[in-house]
Design a protein around this ligand. Structure first.
Ligand SMILES: C[S@@+](CC[C@H](N)C(=O)[O-])C[C@H]1O[C@@H](n2cnc3c(N)ncnc32)[C@H](O)[C@@H]1O
Length: 596
């Protein structure tokens, strides 16, 4: 007995979890569950079916009813106000299983008895009465619907004035139309079903309006949008002229945004709450305010990973005694004298006790990156970017220069300080609440901060696969053929000047196209961006490989888009980072053709 009670509680908890994304009040869910359990004689199978579809349908409808959102719809289409349950059960009729239930014993869900039949639209008295209540001289049959009933295909049959007209059951009509379709379109498949076809139509309407696929949207770009009714087959002569055109009714009981969110949340619940899927320190939601962007397709990784040829030596043996602070204890920032790790930055730590980048250091970094005289540029004798062996001195005639940047060095494994040491900011990872959102001006997805942030705040690293320039060159060639819109590589060339000629396996890039973190979504802005990238030495003492960290260049407003200057020249056709039509909006935009 105790076991049964446990099972029951467990089932209730699971149902509550399954519908949690929809935001229904717990009491309401429990109450509806109670009614469904009574109806299904405590058989959970039917409630759990299709991911609790019936439960969600009923709750959605009842919710909408309560907030009177369906008033107009009822008025217009004549669905009785108690139709929430009706509607949910009409949806349930399309289920493919057949639970043994007794119609008479189901007073709270009168239509549910028909659940389990493929389609059950024979013109029984209750259907007729219900339909005629609101639309005199018409009958309305729901033929198909999208999975959550956001879009339905209904057949409205108006026989007014035709005394000889005797209305058939919908099954008979469907059989006729299916036969006609087989003949007209040469359909061989014996399982061809008009209902399934119409379900697909509903699903497509939903996809287009939810913007889940640009491809789908393009295919249907002339589809009228946002209307309550959409004619799918207009004045089709093969349909009895007494029948009105088949219409796709968008369910106006639900606000469009709620539907989109609900569908996306149901389809990709974890992904939308956290694109890192738990990989990163804190969840990073993807906020889909626009319906036109395709969901990003990549695998989230928190730390850089070597793809293949890149040479990155993480061995402890390479860290010399004077390149770490083995004698330190606790927090290096609190000690009287800066430790060896501060040598890289002139014997001063670059972080404040608060964990911000110190203003003097930050301003210097910004000044270097703006370098109008190019005095911080290094010009290679043989530039690794001339990396196609066949055309080494071909397309790229000479090195265009690489900015020699200021590095941060953080304490690391061989250091004696603890993990909370103030000279370990970037390696602790993301600490601020970020969102991926549809960026303005058609730049695709972008990144914003939920809260206000101070100047010098660490945001995130740019994480991707560590690839050589040669590997990136090959990838770029393959991608050019696919005409991919966005590109995600970054050169790790901040210290190429320290060696005369770099071997290819030492001239590295980060490619975040297929594997990357939130950094891959940060868009470009010419010169006056609110983020700046700073190379950070953590696990390797040489600077062929380093981490690339973003810090704010000024105070940031809540929900402000964050951008960094990719440093690209928009007229440089041969740079591995492909130029795009810049829409940064900066007064100093370098894309002259696009300048605002
Ligand atoms: C690293 S990705 C940034 C994230 C990208 N917006 C997305 O949706 O995944 C770089 C790509 O974003 C777009 N982009 C970034 N900044 C832009 C800008 N200022 N103007 C136009 N497009 C931009 C370009 O297509 C570029 O190749």
């Amino acid at each position: 007995m105790a076991r049964n009670t446990d099972d029951h509680s467990q089932k209730i908890a699971e149902a509550l979890m399954a519908v949690a994304d929809f935001g229904f009040a717990e009491e309401k869910v429990k109450d509806t569950l109670k009614r469904l359990l009574k109806l299904y004689k405590d058989n959970w199978k039917f409630i759990e079916e299709d991911n609790y579809r019936e439960l969600i349908d009923i709750l959605t409808k009842e919710n909408k009813e309560e907030s009177n959102l369906n008033h107009n719809f009822e008025h217009r289409y004549g669905l009785a106000s108690s139709s929430a349950v009706d509607f949910a059960n009409k949806r349930a009729k399309m289920s493919h299983s057949s639970p043994p239930r007794d119609k008479e014993k189901c007073p709270e869900f009168p239509q549910a008895a028909a659940r389990g039949t493929r389609l059950h639209f024979e013109k029984d008295k209750s259907t007729e009465e219900r339909v005629h209540e609101g639309v005199p001289n018409s009958s309305q049959f729901d033929i198909a619907s999208s999975a959550n009933a956001e879009v339905r295909v209904s057949l409205i049959c108006n026989s007014s004035g035709n005394s000889y007209f005797r209305q058939q059951g919908l099954d008979a009509v469907l059989r006729e139309v299916e036969d006609e379709c087989r003949k007209t379109y040469g359909i061989q498949n014996p399982d061809f079903s008009l209902v399934r076809l119409m379900e697909k139509v509903c699903q497509f309407f939903l996809e287009i309006d939810s913007g889940s696929s640009d491809e789908t949207r393009r295919k249907f770009c002339d589809t009228p949008k946002q209307s309550d009714e959409k004619d799918v087959l207009k004045d089709d002569n093969r349909v009895n002229s007494a029948l009105e055109p088949i219409k796709v009714l968008q369910n106006p009981q639900s606000s469009e945004q709620q539907i989109k969110e609900a569908v996306l949340q149901k389809k990709y619940p974890l992904y939308l709450k956290d694109i890192s899927r738990g990989e990163d320190n804190i969840p990073i939601p993807l906020v889909n305010e626009s319906s036109t962007l395709e969901l990003p397709d990549f695998i989230y990784i928190k730390n850089n990973m070597v793809y293949q040829d890149g040479h990155v030596d993480f061995s402890l043996a390479r860290i010399s005694e004077d390149n770490c602070c083995a004698q330190c204890r606790g927090d290096c920032l609190s000690s009287a004298l800066p430790c060896a790790c501060a040598a890289e930055t002139g014997g001063e730590f670059v972080y404040t006790q608060e964990g911000l980048l110190k203003e003097e250091f930050l301003d210097e970094v910004i000044a270097v990156s703006l370098d109008p005289q190019r005095k911080h540029f290094y010009y290679c004798e043989i530039c690794p970017l001339q990396n196609d062996p066949q055309e080494r001195y071909g397309k790229i005639k000479r090195c265009k220069g690489h900015l020699t940047r200021k590095f941060i060095k953080e304490c690391w494994s061989k250091c004696g300080c603890n993990k909370k040491c103030g000279n370990r900011v970037v390696q602790r990872g993301i600490q601020v609440a970020l969102q991926v959102f549809p960026a303005p001006e058609g730049k695709g997805w972008g990144v914003r901060s939920v809260n206000a942030l101070k100047k010098g705040t660490f945001i995130c690293e740019y994480v991707g696969e560590i690839v050589t320039n040669q590997e990136l060159y090959q990838r770029n060639n393959e991608r050019a053929a696919k005409k991919e819109r966005h590109t995600y590589p970054v050169l790790l060339d901040a210290d190429w000047g320290s060696e005369r000629i770099l071997e290819d396996e030492e001239a590295l890039c980060l490619d975040a196209t297929e594997f990357g973190n939130i950094g891959r979504f940060i868009n470009h802005r010419c010169y006056d961006s609110n983020l700046i990238e700073v190379p950070v030495e953590v696990e390797t003492p040489d600077h062929h490989y380093y981490r690339l960290a973003f810090f704010t260049t000024r105070d940031i407003e809540p929900m402000e888009e964050m951008t960094w200057d990719y440093g690209i020249q928009f007229d440089d056709k041969y740079h591995p980072i492909k130029a795009f039509k810049c829409r940064c909006g900066s007064m100093s935009c370098r894309d002259k053709k696009r300048r605002y």
